[in-house]
Design a protein around this ligand. Structure first.
Ligand SMILES: [Zn+2]
Length: 45
C-alpha cells in the first residue's frame, strides 16, 4: 500500500510515477499546441 497515484487533470487517467505521468502529459501538450495554432491570433506589426 501507500502507492502514490498521480491523476491526470486532463483525462482522469492515473499513473504510479511522475515519469509515466510526464510522458503521458506530452500527448496532451501536442493537442494543446494544435488547438492554439488552430485559433492563432495574427501577429501584430
Ligand atoms: Zn491525460
Amino acid at each position: 500500500m501507500g502507492k502514490k497515484i498521480i491523476k491526470c487533470s486532463q483525462c482522469d487517467q492515473e499513473f504510479e510515477t511522475g515519469f509515466d505521468y510526464r510522458m503521458h502529459w506530452e500527448t496532451h501538450l501536442d493537442d494543446y499546441f494544435k488547438k492554439i495554432k488552430g485559433v492563432a491570433i495574427p501577429p501584430k506589426n
